[in-house]
Design a binder for this molecule. Structure first.
Ligand SMILES: [Zn+2]
Length: 300
C-alpha cells in the first residue's frame, strides 16, 4: 500500500485551542518576540523562493482583524483578514493554480486552512440572523453579533461544507464524469454537496443516481480533504453500482462514462496527458482516490 494522504492536509500547526478562548493569554501570544503574521495580498499569499512569508506581528496595522492559527514550529502565528472575501470556486480563480504550483506540501496545507478561515471572516461581517455588524471573537474562530450595535448577540462559527466525492465501480470498471466547461478530456469522480437530513451514505447514493441514474450500494469511506475554495470538506467514498446503464443528468454533467481499470491506470500514469482521459491533478482528492482504487487491484 502506498501513501494515500490527500494534498492540503498535514500542516502540523498546534492549534492551541486553550489560547483562543483566553483573551489575556492571546494578548501575551501577540506580544511575543517570535509572534508572526502571514503576509497576504487580499487572499493571495506573498511567496518567496517557493515558501509562505511572515512579518513580525508587531507590524500589524491597528484596525486589522487577525486569526490565531496556533503555534507553527513553536511560534505564535496569525493571519490577517482581508477587506473582501471570494466565494468563487477554484476553477474560476486562475491565480490559485499558480499558488498551488509554487508552494510545497506543508505550506500549501497551511495556506489552504488560513485562506479558508480569513475568507469566511471577510464574508461574514454581518449577522445572518438580524443583520447587525459582527465582531471577531475566540482568536478568530468565531464571530459574535454585536449587542453594542443593537444586534441579537448570536455566535457564528466558521463554515465547513461537506461534499461527498465517490468512486463507483461495476465489474471492475469505474464511473467518472465531466462537468460543463471543464478542460477537454478531463474526467473525475462524481461529487455533490451533502444536504441537511441525509447521511454520507445516503448523499453518495442520491448524487450518483441524480447525475448518472445508477443505484449504488456498499458505500464505504476512503479519505477526506479540506478544500479552501471556499470551505468544503471533500469526503472520499467508494461504492458498487447495481448495473451499468446510465441516465445522465445533462444539466449537471456534460458526460458520465465507465472506464476500464487499464484506462484509469494509463490516464494516471500519464497524468495530465493520458490517452483515455485527463486525470485530476495530484492536489485534488479525486487523484488520491484513483491512486487508492488502482492499488486495491479489483474487488469484485
Ligand atoms: Zn444578530
Amino acid at each position: 500500500m502506498g501513501d494515500f494522504t490527500p494534498a492540503l492536509t498535514g500542516h502540523g500547526i498546534d492549534r492551541d485551542d486553550h489560547t483562543r478562548a483566553d483573551p489575556a493569554r492571546l494578548a501575551r501570544m501577540k506580544g511575543r518576540d517570535d509572534a508572526q503574521l502571514m503576509r497576504l495580498d487580499g487572499l493571495m499569499p506573498l511567496i518567496e523562493t517557493g515558501a509562505l512569508t511572515y512579518a513580525p506581528f508587531a507590524e500589524t496595522p491597528q484596525d486589522c482583524e487577525t486569526v490565531y492559527l496556533g503555534l507553527k514550529d513553536g511560534a505564535p502565528t496569525f493571519v490577517p483578514v482581508p477587506g473582501v472575501g471570494d466565494a468563487r470556486q477554484a476553477l474560476e480563480q486562475r491565480a490559485n493554480r499558480a499558488v498551488i504550483m509554487q508552494l510545497g506540501p506543508r505550506d500549501l496545507a497551511i495556506y489552504a486552512g488560513a485562506r479558508s478561515i480569513v475568507d469566511w471572516h471577510a464574508r461574514h461581517r454581518f449577522c445572518a440572523n438580524c443583520g447587525a455588524p459582527t465582531t471577531i471573537a475566540k482568536g478568530g474562530w468565531q464571530r459574535d453579533c454585536s449587542k453594542d450595535a443593537g444586534g441579537c448577540g448570536v455566535m457564528h462559527f466558521p463554515r465547513t461544507d461537506p461534499v461527498a466525492i465517490m468512486l463507483v465501480e461495476h465489474n471492475g470498471d469505474l464511473l467518472l464524469g465531466r462537468g460543463h466547461g471543464w478542460l477537454e478530456r478531463n474526467y473525475s469522480a462524481l461529487a455533490g454537496f451533502l444536504e441537511p437530513g441525509e447521511s454520507l451514505e445516503e448523499g453518495v447514493s442520491r448524487e450518483v443516481f441524480e447525475e448518472a441514474g445508477v443505484t449504488v450500494s456498499n458505500v464505504s469511506y476512503v479519505a477526506s480533504q479540506p478544500w479552501p475554495f471556499p470551505s468544503q470538506l471533500m469526503i472520499g467514498c467508494h461504492g458498487f453500482a447495481s448495473g451499468r446503464e446510465l441516465v445522465i443528468d445533462t444539466t449537471e454533467m456534460e458526460d458520465v462514462r465507465w472506464f476500464t481499470r487499464e484506462e484509469v491506470a494509463e490516464a494516471m500514469a500519464n497524468a495530465p496527458d493520458g490517452k483515455a482521459f485527463r486525470a485530476p491533478p495530484k492536489e485534488a482528492i479525486a487523484h488520491t482516490l484513483l491512486a487508492w482504487w488502482l492499488a486495491q487491484g479489483g474487488q469484485d
